[in-house]
Every structure is written in structure tokens, then in C-alpha cells.
Design a protein around this ligand. Structure first.
Ligand code: SF4
Ligand code: SF4
Length: 467
């Protein structure tokens, strides 16, 4: 019998989360198992550990990672970034956009299934709680259909209490990334005095609870703009979770396989029931697919049981499925990967090499030069504006570099200390021997030293008599 593809034209009529009547089609996904799920679980627990631990890590009193949009103060790797470091954030934003576009063009929506916080929390926290309390999808459906009784009240009550508890935890962690964990802790230990903060925590808790208890996969299938945009980034070489229709069709019962010359798909629907977005990957690439690979694990298990080769559903490009051959990494994929690695390396280098102290010096306005009485020394008065971006005071010493002369601090700036997270002003004289001055203006370099180590060099002009 000739192989014939099934009619899949109907599945695009509506999204998987909407019934024919236009109502919510609640997705009861089965619990996946298999090698990909195992690796996703490891990654998810690692990710969750990092997510909750990161706001508690401090380096020299600065939170390891913080994005205080309210005060325009950011800290990355324990370094504080100020509005004048905005270019780094601009480069980070451009890198993120390029990274997402190129990464998606080559590797599809792997970010959604493996790294996106929505998927990690939904699949590895909230859905696990649901499976643990309410059981399999069949048991969940049965419980929902049952009139309210003690068992249902207890199960639903426990589930939603845990959902709220985890939402509260996530809200606190989320706010810690914004206002800082120490500030949050200090305010939350006096909630009545900090009602605004308490209100904020409760609003975020409610928001996360609503998303994970009710909105769920609709975030991925309908709301998330990245999901909507992905189709514009895909081409036939994009790697994605794909059903090998050439091998699988026509689908049918295993016992009729030989008799009817069927393909390897036994139409068991395990790949559909495990799908957290409720789609049938056998209908082809769909925007609802978050690339979680749960259907690969499920189908591989079926293939193992039937003693057929794994990979009826696998990670492959459209061209690979069409040609039946494994394509080598295309030149485009290699180039895109290279660009992404270069941009990320550049960004990390920028962040790591960013100076903690930023200084500028200017000759005091309206001043020219002063000559000593014996005419051996010429002095210029300077102002240094030094931004200390760290969260600690830094004692500094100013030294004239490369030329003879001295620096004389004036005012209260003896042994200047740069106040933390502030712009500091230091006023000082530079004294130079008159005989060294070859012209009316010359260049000088002033070094800022901390604990004997040079932390920054700044340049300015030195003014002397006309020669
Ligand atoms: S799990 Fe595999 S065999 Fe079963 S329906 Fe899906 S593709 Fe076919
Ligand atoms: S089709 Fe497969 S990879 Fe895509 S979301 Fe569903 S289970 Fe995950």
C-alpha cells in the first residue's frame, strides 16, 4: 500500500488551549520521563538553586546581581553599574536581541523548553506539586468532575496553599533582584511600618499565583512575544523538535503494521498527552511548541518497547526530515554561533574590565598659574571629580606621573577618601619646576593609587608662563 499523509489541515483552526466552543481547554499533561527529562530536571534544579541563592550572595557588601530600576542602580558580578555605564547595558540589550534572533534561527525554541523561567517554574515546581497531590491526568480530571467533598477540599486546599507559598517565595526572590535582599528583609521584618513594600510583595505573589495556577501554558502559546516572533526567525535548517513523518506515516495499530504497510507511528497519543501545551507534534512545526522535548522521551520509550529505532520524534531540521539524512552543521549555523560567542565574550570582558573608580581632572575655572616667590616653581589648581562606584569607601593617594613635581592637597582632602557610591571632589595643586616647562601649556598625568596600586590615570593640561 502506498504511504499517504494524513489530513492535518484542521489543527490550525484554533490554538490547542481553546475548545471548539471557544472555551479554555485545560491541559492535563502526563508526567514525562526519559533521558531529556532527566537532563532538564538537573538543569531546572540547578537553575532554581541559582535563582533563589543569587540575591543572597554579596561581594564586598554589594549584591552579586541586582537590577534596581527604581534608583537606576545595577550590580552585575558584584560590580555596581551607574547611569554613565549605560553603554554597557545598551550593548547587553543589543547582544541579547542578536543572541535570541541568531540562537533561535539555528537552534529553534530550545530556550523556552529548557531555560525560560516560566517553563522551569511551571513544569518543575507547580506541575510537580499538582502531580504529587492530585495524581495522574486521569485522576486530576476525575477530581475536578467530583462534587466538593472532604477529599477534594483537602487536596485542592493543599495544592493552592503550596502554590501560594511558592508564589510568595518567587515574589520575594524577584523583588530581591530589584530592591536588594537586605533591604527587602529589613522591610519585611517590619511589614506594618513598610506597608507599601508588603503591598508590593502581595501583588507580585498574586500575579505569580495567577500565572502558574490559571494562565499556565497560555503564557507560551499566546502571550509571550518571543513565541510569536519565532516563526520569522525559522528556516528549513532550523533545529527543532520534529516528527519524522516519512518514517511514521501512515500511522496505525502496530499489529496491522506489516499487513497494511504502516509507518512506525502506532498512534498511541503518548506524545500528545505529555505535551504541556497540548499540541500534536505530528501535525508539523507549530508556534505552540516550546521545544521541551517531552514528546521525544515519550516516543523513544514507545519505540524501545516495540524494538524500533529511537528518533521518530527527534531534534532535527525540516531539511533533515525531508532528506532523511543527518545534515552537518550549516555554514550559517557555524557563523551565527561564532557571532554569538564573540558578542558574549565581548560583553563579559566589558563587564569584568569596567573600572570601579572613574576620575576626571580639570584646571579650576578662571585660574591660570601661580609662580612661587623664588620663581622656581609654577603651580596650577585642579579639581578632580572621582566617582566611586563601589559600595565601600576607598582611600586614595594622588601622584604626578612621568614628570618632576608634586601634588599638594588642599582643604579637607589630606589623604582623600572616596566615599562609597558617590561623586567625590578633590581639590589640589600641581607644582612643577619652572625650568621643566618648555611651553605655555603642557600635558600632565595624575595617577590615583589605592594601597600603593595604581587604579586610574587621568590626563590634563598644565599652564605656565609664555616662553
Ligand atoms: S508517541 Fe510516537 S508512536 Fe506514539 S503517537 Fe506519538 S509519534 Fe506516534
Ligand atoms: S510538541 Fe513536544 S517539544 Fe513541543 S511543547 Fe509539546 S511536548 Fe514539548
Amino acid at each position: 500500500m502506498a504511504k499517504k499523509r494524513i489530513d492535518t489541515s484542521q489543527f490550525r483552526e484554533r490554538v490547542s488551549t481553546v475548545t471548539e466552543e471557544g472555551k479554555r481547554n485545560w491541559i492535563y499533561a502526563t508526567k514525562p520521563s526519559g533521558r531529556f527529562y532527566k537532563w532538564r530536571s538537573y538543569l531546572a534544579y540547578f537553575y532554581l538553586g541559582i535563582f533563589f541563592a543569587m540575591p543572597l550572595i554579596y561581594i564586598n557588601g554589594t549584591q552579586f546581581l541586582q537590577f534596581n530600576f527604581i534608583e537606576g542602580r545595577f550590580s552585575v558580578f558584584g560590580k555596581i553599574f551607574w547611569p554613565n555605564d549605560f553603554f554597557i547595558f545598551a550593548i547587553a540589550a543589543i547582544t541579547a536581541i542578536v543572541l535570541i534572533a541568531l540562537f533561535t534561527a539555528v537552534y529553534g525554541r530550545i530556550f523556552c523548553g529548557w531555560i525560560c523561567p516560566q517553563t522551569i517554574f511551571m513544569e518543575f515546581v507547580f506541575r510537580k506539586i499538582e502531580w504529587w497531590i492530585e495524581g495522574t491526568p486521569t485522576q486530576q480530571k476525575k477530581l475536578n468532575a467530583t462534587p466538593w467533598n472532604l477529599e477534594k477540599i483537602l487536596k485542592k486546599g493543599l495544592k493552592h496553599t503550596l502554590f501560594l507559598g511558592f508564589s510568595l517565595l518567587i515574589a520575594n526572590a524577584f523583588l530581591s533582584y530589584i530592591i536588594g535582599s537586605k533591604v527587602l528583609f529589613q522591610k519585611m521584618t517590619h511589614p506594618i511600618d513598610n506597608f507599601g513594600m508588603l503591598f508590593g510583595v502581595l501583588v507580585f505573589t498574586g500575579m505569580f499565583y495567577f500565572v502558574f495556577a490559571y494562565v499556565r501554558e497560555i503564557v507560551c502559546t499566546t502571550i509571550c512575544p518571543y513565541g510569536r516572533l519565532q516563526s520569522t526567525m525559522y528556516d528549513n535548517d532550523t533545529m527543532q523538535v520534529s516528527y519524522d513523518y516519512k518514517r511514521g506515516e501512515p500511522r496505525g495499530k502496530f499489529k496491522q503494521k506489516a499487513e497494511l504497510n504502516l509507518g512506525d507511528c502506532i498512534d498511541c497519543f503518548r506524545c500528545v498527552t505529555v505535551c504541556p501545551t497540548g499540541i500534536d507534534i505530528r501535525n508539523g512545526v507549530q508556534m505552540e511548541c516550546v521545544g521541551c522535548t517531552a514528546c521525544i522521551d515519550e516516543c523513544d520509550d514507545v519505540m524501545d518497547k516495540l524494538d524500533l529505532p529511537r528518533g521518530l520524534i527527534r531534534y532535527a531540521s525540516e531539511n533533515e526530515i525531508k532528506s532523511g539524512k543527518k545534515s552537518p552543521m550549516t555554514l550559517k549555523a557555524k557563523a551565527y554561533t561564532g557571532v554569538v560567542i564573540i558578542m558574549l565574550t565581548f560583553l563579559v570582558a566589558l563587564i569584568v574590565s569596567r573600572k570601579n573608580v572613574d576620575a576626571k581632572i580639570f584646571r579650576v575655572k578662571g585660574q591660570t598659574y601661580q609662580m612661587s616667590e623664588d620663581k622656581h616653581t609654577v603651580s596650577n589648581l585642579f579639581d578632580a571629580k572621582v566617582l566611586n562606584k563601589t559600595s565601600r569607601d576607598i582611600p586614595v593617594e594622588l601622584r604626578l606621573m612621568d614628570v618632576d613635581g608634586d601634588i599638594r592637597m588642599i582643604g579637607n582632602n589630606e589623604g582623600a577618601v572616596l566615599k562609597k557610591e558617590s561623586m567625590n571632589k578633590i581639590t589640589f595643586f600641581v607644582d612643577r619646576p619652572t625650568e621643566d616647562l618648555e611651553s605655555h601649556t603642557s600635558h600632565i598625568k595624575v595617577g590615583l593609587y589605592h594601597d600603593g596600586a595604581l587604579i586610574q590615570t587621568v590626563k590634563s593640561n598644565f599652564m605656565g608662563p609664555f616662553k
